[in-house]
Design a protein around this ligand. Structure first.
Ligand SMILES: NC(=O)C1=CN([C@@H]2O[C@H](COP(=O)(O)OP(=O)(O)OC[C@H]3O[C@@H](n4cnc5c(N)ncnc54)[C@H](O)[C@@H]3O)[C@@H](O)[C@H]2O)C=CC1
Ligand SMILES: N[C@@H](CC=O)C(=O)O
Ligand code: NA
Length: 430
């Protein structure tokens, strides 16, 4: 058997502790599968004194995580600190420059610097692997880079944030409010250190940007993602969606249009007939439509200790086996610089919920604003009567985003519309 693969782990939080546990529990199995043993030789985290349910007593403790990047007795650095700048970025850059392999779960870092880091790794002949960064335990990077490599990807979409999916599912099932459910997702270890990254759609956008690189062979372009989160989705919208035959999901979607690459993350109305509508709780799913393979769907837990550690360790076994592959689907230097398809050009149907004064002429004024933009109504629902504002829900036929935004501005200015309308795009999946 070959010499052990010597591992340095930076970050011993939810994911780091999970990796230490998995390596300890499956040590023999992994030696067999990797062709050599996987040995943690050093670790680093903020506090050595912190109580953890892992045993790192026989392992060297580095106060400065950067020491792992240059230590002569380390072959691979596992970066599980997080953040797109600061110590995580320096650690990964220094490790790659020192000729070490890097495994990371850090999608924020990859979304901002993925192309640059992959280029650096490939120049040095090192492996940069990040299966855990996208959709947790689902082996989607591997699927795109290897299993589906023969295809041109037509479109991909998915539920990419476990925290948001957990929140939307729990709000629907229990009627509980957003804040309480978010606290529960944080306690379960699903949320980012700053949970606004989850609920504002940023984490899903980070993952989508990385996926787009792997699916379309394009440079990672986070700035090109249109991002909206779930803060404005209310219990009322969740209920209306069900009545109309939809379920609300925060999706990330990417495809090539005639204008360039369209990347968008926002709440969607998904028909209940679509399998992805039924992915609930912390589960993620990614649907990839390839020209030869057709539609494939991958599902599994997208966050949490066990699933994320599973993905990190899969990458470590690849390193142990010496599997030299491009980080994305093509060598980093060949990643294409694609134009961004403008959101204004997006075509689709829309759900709109208005809170309006219950008086004659309001619905006619709203319909008039839509008609001015040639937007035709598909359905309308009005619930209850009151002296105050009542909800009115409209769904439209397909139109252009720019037209919808102009109509929305007109509607918002109507005196009888009590608050900013809630607008959710309807996606037509099979
Ligand atoms: N928790 C999850 O379910 C998932 C997390 N990730 C990613 O994995 C990474 C780690 O996430 P978690 O384990 O959840 O975070 P965490 O907050 O539980 O752990 C972070 C660890 O990094 C250490 N750390 C922070 N700053 C440091 C510094 N300056 N020097 C040394 N150590 C430092 C902390 O002491 C802690 O041990 C992040 O990039 C996150 O986005 C990816 C997939 C799933
Ligand atoms: N905060 C993330 C963790 C995994 O990437 C999520 O909720 O999906
Ligand atoms: Na994954």
């Amino acid at each position: 058997m070959k010499a052990p693969l010597r591992i340095g782990i930076a970050g011993l939080g939810t994911v780091g502790a999970g990796v230490v546990k998995l390596l300890a529990e499956h040590g023999r199995l992994l030696s067999l599968r990797g062709g050599r043993s996987l040995k943690v030789v050093a670790v680093s985290a903020r506090s050595k004194a912190k109580k953890r349910d892992i045993d790192v007593s026989g392992v060297r403790w580095e106060r400065d995580p950067l020491a792992l990047a240059t230590a002569p007795d380390i072959d691979v650095v596992v970066e599980l600190i997080g953040g797109s700048s600061g110590v995580a970025r320096r650690l990964v850059q220094t490790a790659l420059r020192s000729g070490k392999h890097v495994v990371t779960a850090n999608k924020a870092l990859l979304a901002m610097h993925g192309t640059e880091l992959a280029t650096l790794a490939e120049k040095r002949g090192s492996i940069l692997a990040f299966e855990a960064a996208v959709a947790g335990g689902i082996p989607i990077i591997k699927a795109l880079r290897e299993g589906l490599v023969g295809n041109r990807v037509r479109r991909l979409y998915g539920i990419l944030n476990g925290t948001c999916n957990y929140i939307l599912t729990t709000m629907r099932e229990t009627g509980r409010d957003f804040g309480a459910v978010l606290a529960e997702a944080q306690a379960a270890g699903y949320a980012e250190a700053d949970p606004s990254f989850d609920v504002d759609g940023i984490d899903a956008a980070h993952k989508l940007a990385v996926l787009t690189g792997a699916a379309f062979g394009a440079k990672v372009n986070f700035a090109g993602v249109h991002v909206e989160g779930i803060r404005r989705v209310s219990a009322m919208d969740i209920q209306f969606a069900e009545e109309l035959g939809f379920r609300i999901k925060l999706l990330g979607l990417a495809r090539e249009t005639r204008y360039g690459i369209e990347q968008r993350v926002h709440p969607c109305m998904v028909p209940l007939s679509a399998p992805i509508a039924h992915i609930e709780g912390v589960f993620n799913a990614v649907v990839v439509e390839g020209d030869f393979v057709g539609t494939t769907m991958f599902q599994g837990r997208g966050a949490g200790q066990g699933p994320t550690a599973s993905a990190v360790v899969a990458d470590l076994v690849d390193v142990a086996r010496g599997r030299q592959m491009p980080a994305f689907v093509v060598p980093a230097e060949r990643l294409a610089d694609k134009k961004v398809s403008p959101m204004d050009r997006h075509q689709g149907a829309y759900y709109m919920r208005l809170m309006v004064q219950d008086k004659p002429g309001v619905i006619a004024a709203v319909s008039g604003a839509l008609a001015k933009e040639r937007i035709s109504l598909e359905a309308m629902l009005q619930r209850g009567r009151s002296d105050g504002a009542v909800p009115v829900v409209l769904t439209t036929h397909e139109t252009e985003e720019a037209a919808m935004q102009r109509a929305l501005a007109r509607i918002t200015r109507l005196g009888a519309v009590a608050e900013e309308p809630c607008v959710i795009r309807i996606e037509a999946f099979q």
